[in-house]
Design a binder for this molecule. Sequence first.
Ligand SMILES: [Zn+2]
Ligand SMILES: [Zn+2]
Length: 175
Amino acid sequence: MIAKLFEVRETQGKGKGLFAKEFIPTGTVICFECDKCKVLTGIDPAKMTVKEKEALLDYAYRKKDGTYIAPCDETRYLNHSCNANILGTEQGFDIVVRDINTGEEATYDYRDFYDDLIMNCQCGEENCCKEVTFEHPVPPELLKYWEEKTSAALKLVNEVAQPLREELKGKLDVR
Ligand SMILES: [Zn+2]
Ligand SMILES: [Zn+2]
């Protein structure tokens, strides 16, 4: 489930993307796997072609435990960036790590997912890796880069308005 803060719009060259309808500050929890997000069963990546895997990546992602999750809503339109403004956390939710301005595209770092694909990247960021892989463990420098951003953002969780506060209640540690 993703916070209803975005509209789905065409991007230049990346298909559809999610764009902020309002200013979204660092520390805002943006999405998590809810009961309606589907766990896809019967998928064996060893028997799939690259094309099939790419098609799957369009609407689902693979987790550490090998399961594929198809988010229940527009989460699937969240595009990759090597300098993403949203990152995953150990707590099981994704958080804004850099303020997102109205009209700005929301992005996530797909290198967090598990797969054996290689995806070309043209995010245009200074630190663009050009070829996104989904192999683990991720390089230590990348892990450090993520950890610095997420730990700073997590400190702000109770300082900013949380649009998913009700939905997260009892599940995650957001006051
Ligand atoms: Zn969901
Ligand atoms: Zn990139």
